[in-house]
Design a protein around this ligand. Structure first.
Ligand code: AMP
Ligand code: GLY
Length: 434
C-alpha cells in the first residue's frame, strides 16, 4: 500500500508492535528512513494508519504477531510495549530468524518483576532505594514506621504504571499494602528518594550501548506535579537536569555494570533499556525503575532528535551490531503535551468525536516543526474518535530553544477539541519560566 509519506526506500520492511503514541513516533521515524519502503503496525491507531499499514492484532497476542511478521516477511520487528516482551515475543521471532528489537523474556524481567530488578541492582551495587518485602506475616505498623512518610508501595506485577502508590497518607499506604498482599501474596515498600527524575533511554546489545538524549517525563496527572500517577502527561528533551557530570556518573555507576551483567547472560539483551533516574540535590543519580522498552511519551521527544537512520540503529541492535552503527543526534529541542480523555488515569470515557485541525491525515506541519502523535484514536465510519486514556499528543520541535518547542506544541494542541479532555499546561515547568 502506498501512503503519502512513502518515499520509496531501499526495500526494507518493518513491523512495529503496539498502538500508542510511542509506536506512532517510531513508525514516523521508520517511514522517514531512506532504507525503509514499508512499515506495518499492529494494532496501530488512526495516526499510524495514515503513514503505514495497520493490522488489527493485539500487541500481546504473541502467536498472531509472529504469524504476521512471518507472512509479511519483514526485515525487522520493533516491539513497543513491555507485555509482549515479557511474554516472549522476541524469543519466538528470533527462533524463526526474524530480528527483533526488544529483549527476550528473561531480559524483560527487569521490568516484569520489580523484585527481580531490585535484586540485580543490589547484587551489582547499583544505587537504588532500599526495600522491604511485605507478606501476610509482616508487622505492617513496624514496616511503615521504619522510614516514615512519604511511603512508596510497589506491587510486583505488570500494572501499566498503576501498580505504584506514593503517598503521605499512612492509612492509604497501609490500605494499598494490604490489598496488594491479598491479591499478589507480597508487596514491596521502598525508601522514598527525593530529587528530580529523568529518563535515560539506552540502546543496548552485547557489542555496546549508547544513551539517547535524556528526557524528563511528567508522571502526575495535575499541574505542579500533584495527583495520581499516570503513564506520562508530557515530556521534553534534552533535559538539562542531566548535566554532563550526572550523565557521566549514570553511565559509569548504573549503565556500565548493567551492560556487563546483561552481556554475560546466555542470551544477550538487545533493545532499549529505559533507566528511570532520580537525581538528588548533590547530583548523585540512582535508579527508580528499569523498563525494557522505549518510554511513552519520552519516545515522542527522543526519536525526532536522532539525526541518523532510525532503521539502521534498531536493526543493528536487534542483530547485536550496535558498535558498528552508532547513531548521531541533532541539537534541537522537543516538547510534547499529552491530551487525555475524561476520567484518566481512572477508566477513561471512550468513543467521543475528536475535531479541530486534527483530521487523521494531519500528522506533521509542512515545516516539520510540529507533529500530532496519535495514541488512543481510531477512525470509525470516516470520523476520528477517542479510544483510550491518553488520546494524542502535540509535539513541537525547535532548533532554537525549548521555549519555542513548547510554544509550538501548545499552539498546535489549542486546535484540537475533544469533550471532557484535559492536558497539563505546565509541561517543562522545571526548566522553563511561565
Ligand atoms: P515506577 O513504576 O517504579 O517507576 O514508579 C512510578 C513513579 O513513582 C516514579 O516515576 C516516581 O515518580 C515514583 N517513585 C517510584 N519509586 C520511588 C522512590 N523510591 N522514591 C520516590 N519516588 C518514587
Ligand atoms: N513515561 C513512562 C514510561 O514510559 O514508563
Amino acid at each position: 500500500m502506498n501512503h503519502p509519506w512513502s518515499i520509496g526506500g531501499m526495500g526494507r520492511s518493518v513491523l512495529v508492535v503496539g498502538g500508542g503514541g510511542r509506536e506512532h513516533a517510531l513508525a514516523i521515524g521508520l517511514v522517514e528512513s531512506p532504507s525503509v519502503s514499508s512499515v506495518h503496525v499492529a494494532p496501530g491507531n488512526a495516526g499510524t494508519s495514515q503513514i503505514a499499514t495497520n493490522h488489527d492484532i493485539s500487541a500481546t497476542d504473541v502467536e498472531a504477531q509472529v504469524k504476521l511478521a512471518k507472512s509479511l516477511d519483514v526485515d525487522l520487528v520493533v516491539v513497543g510495549p513491555e507485555a509482549p516482551l515479557v511474554a516472549g515475543l522476541s524469543d519466538e521471532l528470533r527462533k524463526i530468524g526474524i530480528p527483533s528489537f526488544g529483549p527476550h523474556a528473561a531480559g524483560a524481567m527487569l521490568e516484569g518483576s520489580k523484585d527481580f530488578a531490585k535484586q540485580v541492582m543490589l547484587d551489582l551495587g547499583i544505587p537504588t532505594a532500599s526495600v522491604q518485602h511485605l507478606t501476610i506475616d509482616s508487622d505492617l505498623d513496624e514496616a511503615v514506621d521504619r522510614w516514615g512518610a512519604p511511603w512508596v508501595v510497589k506491587r510486583d506485577v505488570l500494572a501499566g504504571g498503576k501498580g505504584v502508590v506514593v503517598t503521605e497518607d499512612r492509612g492509604e499506604a497501609i490500605d494499598f499494602i494490604q490489598t496488594s498482599i491479598n491479591s499478589d501474596g507480597m508487596v514491596l515498600l521502598e525508601e522514598f528518594l527525593s530529587g528530580e527524575e529523568a529518563s535515560m533511554l539506552v540502546m543496548m546489545d552485547e557489542s555496546g550501548f549508547v544513551a539517547l538524549p535524556c528526557s524528563q517525563d511528567h508522571k502526575r496527572v495535575g499541574e505542579g506535579d500533584v495527583g495520581l500517577n499516570t503513564g506520562g502527561m508530557g515530556a521534553y528533551a534534552p533535559a538539562p537536569v542531566v548535566t554532563p557530570e550526572v550523565h557521566a556518573r549514570a553511565i559509569s555507576e548504573i549503565v556500565e555494570p548493567m551492560h556487563a551483567y546483561l552481556s554475560s547472560q546466555e542470551i544477550p539483551y538487545r533493545g532499549c533499556l529505559y533507566v528511570g533516574l532520580m537525581i538528588d540535590s548533590e547530583g548523585s543519580p540512582s535508579v527508580v525503575e528499569y523498563n525494557v522498552r522505549f518510554g511513552d511519551p519520552e519516545t515522542q521527544v527522543t526519536v525526532p532528535l536522532i539525526s541518523s537512520d532510525l532503521f539502521d540503529l534498531l536493526l543493528a541492535v536487534a542483530q547485536g551490531n550496535l558498535s558498528e552503527s552508532m547513531p548521531s543526534f541533532s541539537d534541537a529541542h522537543a516538547l510534547t503535551v499529552v491530551l487525555s480523555a475524561e476520567g484518566y488515569p481512572g477508566p477513561p470515557v471512550k468513543g467521543r468525536l475528536i475535531t479541530g485541525n486534527v483530521s487523521a491525515d494531519w500528522i506533521r506541519s509542512p515545516d516539520g516543526k510540529c507533529t500530532i502523535h496519535h495514541a488512543g484514536t481510531s477512525i470509525v465510519d470516516g470520523v476520528l474518535i477517542s479510544t483510550g486514556g491518553r488520546v494524542l499528543a502535540a509535539t513541537g520541535i525547535s532548533s532554537d530553544s525549548l521555549e519555542h518547542a513548547r510554544e509550538l506544541a501548545y499552539q498546535r494542541l489549542s486546535d484540537v477539541q475533544l469533550e471532557g479532555s484535559f492536558f497539563r499546561r505546565d509541561i517543562g515547568h522545571k526548566v522553563l519560566k511561565k
